[in-house]
Design a protein around this ligand. Structure first.
Ligand SMILES: [Zn+2]
Length: 337
C-alpha cells in the first residue's frame, strides 16, 4: 500500500522528497529539522525534536538556516551557533540556494517558528512545522503539504484557549499569598510570558537561569517581555519574599515542586481537560502550542493541497490522521516515514 502511494507521489514529478526515521525532512538539497547530509540544514524552531543532530549538520552542511529568533533561543540553550555557516533568514524573504528557492512564513507556535515553502523544479512543497491554527500562515494550493500531527487524534479537542489558562493562573496568584511556580518547555515559557503581558500582568517575572538567558537572547533580536529578573538574584529575592511573584522554570523541574513552597502549575499539551488538580497547590493545566485534531483538518481544508504528507517521525497518529484527511476531505494523504 505504502509503495503504491509513494509511486503516486513520484508520478507527480516531485523531485527528492522524503521524511527520514531521524526526523529529517528532505526536499532536494534541503534537510529540514534533521541531519541528512545535505548542503543546507534548516531549523524551523528551537524545540528539541527539531534541532536533532545540529552539530552534525554544522559539520556536514554548507549552511544552517533559521530565523533570528530561533538562533537566539539556540544561543540561550548554550548551543554552538556562532559558526560562519549560520544564515539568519527573516519571514517572507525568498532565497535561492542550490537550485531550491524557499521562503519562511510565520507560524504560531513558539517565538521564531517558521513554516517553509520550497519551489523545487517548478513544484511547490511546503512544511508547516509545528503550529496552532489561528494566526499561522496558510500554504495554499501547494503540490505537497507536509504537516505536523502531534495531536492527530480526535481525543485531543481543546475548546478552551491559552488565554483562558493564563487567566486561571492570574486568579491563583491574586487569591493566595504564595509564589506561583509555572513550569514549561523552553520557548513555550517565553510564549506564555508574552500572553501574561497581553493579559495585563505588569509585575516583574522571575526566571530560572536558562529561562532567563533564552529570554534575554530573544530580547536582543527584538521581542519584548516587560521586566524580568533572574531567580536568586538580589532583586528577585525581595520579590520572592513578598510571596506574590510568578517564577518560571523548565517543565522537567516540576518533579521538585514538593521541595519548593508555593503554588505549582505544569503547562502541558497532553492534558484532556483545562485544569487538573493534583492536590491543593499542585496543578496540571492544558496549554498547547499545537493544533488539535480538528484544527489540523481545518488547516488542510483551507490550504487545499494536491497531496498531504503527515510527519510520522514526530507523531504516532500520522497514519490515522492521513486516513482522516482522505476520508473527510477527499485529499490524497499519506504518512511518512
Ligand atoms: Zn515544537
Amino acid at each position: 500500500m505504502r509503495m503504491q502511494r509513494w509511486t503516486k507521489l513520484e508520478n507527480q514529478g516531485i523531485p527528492e522528497l522524503k521524511i527520514e526515521q531521524n526526523g529529517a525532512i528532505v526536499v532536494g538539497p534541503l534537510a529540514i529539522d534533521g541531519c541528512a547530509y545535505k548542503p543546507v540544514r534548516i531549523v524551523t524552531h528551537a524545540h528539541q525534536d527539531h534541532i536533532v543532530s545540529l552539530s552534525k549538520s554544522y559539520k556536514n552542511s554548507g549552511f544552517v538556516v533559521a530565523t533570528p529568533e530561533t538562533f537566539a533561543i539556540l544561543r540561550g540553550l548554550g548551543l554552538r551557533v556562532n559558526s560562519t555557516k549560520s544564515l539568519e533568514l527573516k519571514y517572507d524573504i525568498p532565497v535561492t540556494m542550490y537550485d531550491a528557492k524557499f521562503v519562511f512564513r510565520k507560524m504560531n507556535h513558539i517565538p521564531g517558528t517558521a513554516g517553509v515553502e520550497v519551489d523545487l523544479g517548478g513544484k511547490r512543497i511546503a512544511y508547516t512545522s509545528d503550529f496552532r491554527l489561528e494566526d499561522s500562515h496558510i500554504f495554499e494550493n501547494v503540490d505537497v503539504l507536509i504537516i505536523d500531527a502531534t495531536y492527530g487524534h480526535p481525543s485531543y479537542k481543546r475548546t478552551w484557549s491559552r488565554m483562558h489558562i493564563v487567566n486561571k493562573i492570574l486568579h491563583l496568584i491574586e487569591e493566595h499569598d504564595k509564589n506561583l511556580w509555572v513550569y514549561g518547555y523552553y520557548g513555550k515559557a517565553q510564549g506564555f510570558m508574552l500572553l501574561l503581558r497581553e493579559a495585563g500582568y505588569r509585575e516583574p517575572i522571575v526566571l530560572t537561569r536558562k529561562m532567563y538567558g533564552i529570554t534575554a537572547e530573544l530580547e536582543s533580536v527584538g521581542l519584548s517581555f516587560g521586566k524580568y529578573l533572574q531567580y536568586e538574584s538580589r532583586e528577585s529575592e525581595e520579590l520572592v519574599k513578598s510571596n506574590h511573584s510568578i517564577i518560571i522554570d523548565h517543565a522537567i523541574n516540576f518533579k521538585h515542586r514538593k521541595k519548593r513552597p508555593g503554588i505549582h502549575v505544569l503547562l502541558t499539551g497532553w492534558a484532556t481537560k483545562p485544569v487538573e488538580i493534583l492536590n491543593e497547590w499542585h496543578y496540571r493545566m492544558s496549554y498547547s502550542d499545537h493544533a488539535d485534531y480538528y484544527d489540523i483538518l481545518e488547516y488542510v481544508r483551507l490550504a487545499r493541497p494536491k497531496t498531504v504528507i503527515v510527519d510520522a517521525s514526530r507523531s504516532s497518529y500520522a497514519r490515522f490522521m492521513a486516513r482522516a484527511i482522505e476520508n473527510t476531505l477527499g485529499i490524497h494523504a499519506l504518512a511518512m516515514p
